[in-house]
Each structure stands twice: as C-alpha cells, then as structure tokens.
Ligand binder design. Structure first.
Ligand SMILES: Cc1cc2nc3c(=O)[nH]c(=O)nc-3n(C[C@H](O)[C@H](O)[C@H](O)COP(=O)(O)O)c2cc1C
Length: 168
C-alpha cells in the first residue's frame, strides 16, 4: 500500500467537517483480527504538547473491546464518493459480519498493528495517551446527559497522540 507521510502542522484540514460531516473510521487490530466503526464525534488538537485526536466510544460497540485491548488505533478518512463505507461501518457490528468486506474496503495491518485501508484518502495513526469513562455527575449541562444518555451508556473518551499521518 502506497502513501506519503504528511506533517499536520503544514496542512489546513477542517476537522469539524472531517468528523461532523464526512465522518471517519476508527479501527484497531488485536492478534491479527481487526474491526472498525464510523465515528462522528471527536476532534483533533493539541494536548500535553502533542498533536492528538480524541474519539468517544460507547461501551456496547465491538470496537470498544479493541480500543481497550490495544493502544494503537487509526482514524481513516475517505473520499465523499465512498460515503456508503461509513454508512455500513456505522450500522453493522463486526460481531455479526465482516463489515469491511461488506463495505468493499481492504484492511492492511501494519507492523505496529495499525489498520490502514487501500481505499482511504488519509489515515492518522494514534497511540493511546488517556482513557476515561464519562460520568453522569460530571455533566454541567444536564441536558446533554438527558438527551444523549437515556440508557446511561456513557462514552469512553480516548485521547490519542498522532504518531503518523498518511495521505494516499
Ligand atoms: C455517522 C455515524 C457516526 C457515529 N459516531 C459514533 C461515535 O462517535 N461513537 C460511537 O460510539 N458510535 C458511533 N456511531 C455508531 C457506530 O459506528 C455503530 O454502532 C457501529 O455499528 C459499531 O460497530 P461495532 O459494533 O463493530 O464496533 C456512529 C454511527 C454513525 C452512522
């Protein structure tokens, strides 16, 4: 798989749109088995003097098990004509099917266990720095809690250092 490494400090990428409009695929592998899911919430910025991205994963996701078991994940972005990929990966669970095959994308596991895709336009490789489950009592705005967590299935927040940024 061919890609070029990019320096995110030299790029002008709108991560508001990348997450909120286009969406991304959060993927990981454990013992050669991989899974991924569509994420629409998250962001990129600077923490602890490092370039980071953060994602939030509900505990019932199969991908959650991967995020807990490995410290390396990837965040992959696709061209707009591949929006079906993110629809499929955001509606099917890897517990029940081979969703990458269904979505017509080809995972390539790298030497650090990172999952990239032949078809992605850009992939960020992340190394886990921080993980914390959201808690009811921490919501200052109780409306967010009420609207988004009626089942009390609080997201786990993960902050990852961006250790590589690849463009195809
Ligand atoms: C547009 C979109 C955005 C999503 N964003 C998130 C997210 O940020 N966090 C999350 O836990 N689930 C999110 N989901 C839901 C998961 O992608 C979905 O439940 C997926 O099927 C989980 O797959 P898995 O069980 O293989 O992990 C999103 C779904 C869609 C369609």
């Amino acid at each position: 798989m061919k890609y070029e490494l990019i320096n995110l400090n030299d790029e002008s990428i709108n991560f508001f749109n990348k997450f909120g409009k286009d969406h991304a695929l959060l993927s990981a592998s454990v013992d050669g088995k991989c899974n991924g899911m569509t994420v629409g919430w998250g962001g990129a910025g600077v923490m602890w003097r490092k370039n980071v991205f953060f994602c939030v994963v509900r505990p019932q996701r199969y991908t959650f098990e991967f995020c807990e078991k490995t410290d390396i994940v990837t965040l992959s972005f696709f061209d707009s004509d591949k929006s079906d990929v993110l629809k499929i990966c955001g509606s099917k669970s890897g517990r029940d099917c081979d969703k990458f095959a269904l979505a017509g994308i080809t995972p390539v596991i790298g030497e650090n266990g990172e999952v990239d895709f032949e078809e992605s336009r850009m992939t960020l490789v992340g190394k886990k720095l921080y993980a914390q489950e959201m808690r009811e009592e921490c919501f200052i705005d109780k409306e967010c809690d009420k609207v988004w967590y009626p089942e009390k299935d609080y997201h786990i927040l993960y902050v990852y250092e961006i250790i590589e940024a690849r463009r195809k």
